[in-house]
Design a protein. Structure first.
Length: 145
């Protein structure tokens, strides 16, 4: 009887330690640790769309323009984030981003008419859409001869 209580206590302690280890290192087990992220340049269009569906603004855009295409995709580096923050165009896109390599992906979406687009920043460390900006392209009817 005494021996079985010792076995139960040992098994309980081992389970407790295993559970504690899991909770301490759960990000590694769940794949959310930046060291375990797969190369974000390898994410497919379907992966990007799935992440964009989690954001109400980008989800609304994709619902309205079902014919959209993912155009330019850029993996952001420390240098490109700093360049964007200090650039002349689209500074707001880069403001507030952590200066970190290979965490963010900029994906530009465009409808088939080519007049309404979306600039998005996807945070693959947090698995969220960090930024969404609408983009209206205006063309003039001026012909150059």
């Amino acid at each position: 009887m005494k021996v079985s209580k010792i076995y139960i206590a040992v098994i309980f302690i081992v389970l407790l330690l295993t559970a504690g280890y899991f909770f301490i290192y759960r990000e590694t087990f769940l794949g959310n640790d930046s060291s375990t992220l797969k190369d974000i340049s390898q994410f497919s269009d379907e992966d990007i769309v799935a992440l964009l569906k989690t954001n109400p603004d980008s989800s609304e855009y994709m619902g309205k323009y079902k014919d959209f295409k993912i155009g330019k995709r850029t993996v952001l580096t420390k240098e490109s984030i700093l360049e964007g923050q200090n650039g002349e165009n689209f500074k707001e896109v880069y403001q507030g981003l952590d200066i970190e390599n290979n965490r963010y992906l900029r994906a530009d979406l465009m409808n088939s008419a080519g007049d309404w687009g979306l600039i998005t920043i996807l945070d693959f460390k947090k698995r969220t859409v960090a930024k969404v900006f609408g983009m209206l392209l205006i063309s003039t009817g001026v012909e150059v001869k």
